[in-house]
Every structure is written in C-alpha cells, then in structure tokens.
Design a protein around this ligand. Structure first.
Ligand code: HEC
Length: 151
C-alpha cells in the first residue's frame, strides 16, 4: 500500500467520523443551542453517578445527598436557552418544543418537582425512598425526551 493511499483513507475516515458525530458548530450570537446542550451534559454528570451507586448496591447516604444537591444546583441550567428562533442545527430538540410550549413547560415542571422530591428523599437517608425518587426523576427525563428530543 502506498503512503498516499493510506493518507487518503485516513483523511476520508476522519471526515466521515466528524460528519457522523454531527460536529456542527453553533455560530449564532450567544450560542443558545450550545449552552443548553452543555447544561444538559452538566445535569447528566450529576445524575449518572447516582444511578451507578444504586445499581451497584453501594448506597452511601451522605455521598448520595451531596450528589442530589449537585443535581439541584444544575437542574435550572438549560431552560433559559430555549428561546424563540433557537431551533437550528446542531440542536437535537424536536420542533414540538416550540409548537407545544405548554406541554414542554409541564414536563419541565414535573422534572423540577421530581428533583425536589429526590432531595427530600436523600435527606431522609432511607434507601427505599431514595430509589423510588431516583426512578421518578429518571422517568421525568424520559417523558420529556420522548416528545421533545431527537433520538
Ligand atoms: C422538559 C424537557 C426535558 C427534561 C425534563 C430533560 N431533558 Fe434532556 N434534553 C431535552 C431537550 C429538548 C434536549 C435537546 C437540546 C438540544 O439539543 O437543543 C435534551 C438534551 C439532553 C442531552 C444531550 C445533550 C447533548 O447535546 O449531548 C442529555 C445528555 C440530556 N438531555 C439528559 C437529560 C437528563 C439526564 C435529564 C433528567 C435528569 C433530562 N435530560 C431532562 C429536554 C429535556
């Protein structure tokens, strides 16, 4: 195989990989799409470890409470960035967000309420309550994503 051939294959693979990842930059002023996506990633960073802890049967009440507090600190991050006219690439939001603002708001409020309940459960330090409340938050994420996020 020639060097040139190798280089071409490498180049094409790289381009294909970048395209496959949907690496579109948000170039609009204020980058609202980018900001909300980063904010969701911050949410998942606090949420994921809670699930890992519960699934591994390693519930540590104090540590869980710290994680629940971290989730509450991040839960309000994305919402202000869903302004009118912010449905453009690289968004993964569906058009429903802007067509059904009341339903989107309702799912958001349900999520806020579920995270409030998770904090209360975490403060109780009762594992059964914590698991129930964690599942309810998980359901709130899923309910909203089903209608409002592309998969
Ligand atoms: C009220 C609706 C709603 C709720 C509740 C919600 N999300 Fe989302 N989420 C969205 C929408 C809409 C997007 C797409 C945002 C975009 O790309 O513009 C999204 C995107 C994401 C992303 C992808 C970010 C990226 O670009 O890679 C992650 C991860 C995510 N959400 C995690 C969660 C988790 C975890 C929860 C619950 C703890 C949650 N979301 C709750 C609506 C919601």
């Amino acid at each position: 195989m020639s060097q040139l051939f190798n280089f071409r294959v490498f180049f094409l693979l790289t381009v294909a990989m970048l395209a496959g990842c949907g690496e579109v930059e948000d170039t609009r002023p204020g980058q609202p799409v980018k900001h909300r996506q980063v904010a969701f990633k911050e949410i998942v960073k606090t949420f994921e470890p809670m699930g890992v802890m519960l699934r591994k049967e390693e519930y540590k009440a104090d540590k869980f409470l710290t994680m629940a507090e971290a989730l509450l600190a991040k839960r309000d991050g994305p919402w202000a960035y869903f302004g009118a006219d912010t449905n453009y690439p690289p968004t993964k939001a569906t058009a429903e967000v802007w067509k059904q603002p009341d339903a989107f708001e309702k799912d958001k409020q349900a999520f806020i309420a579920a995270t409030d309940a998770l904090l209360v459960a975490a403060q109780s330090k009762d594992k059964a309550q914590v698991e129930k409340a964690y599942d309810a938050v998980h359901d709130a994420c899923k309910t909203c994503h089903k209608q409002f996020k592309e998969r």
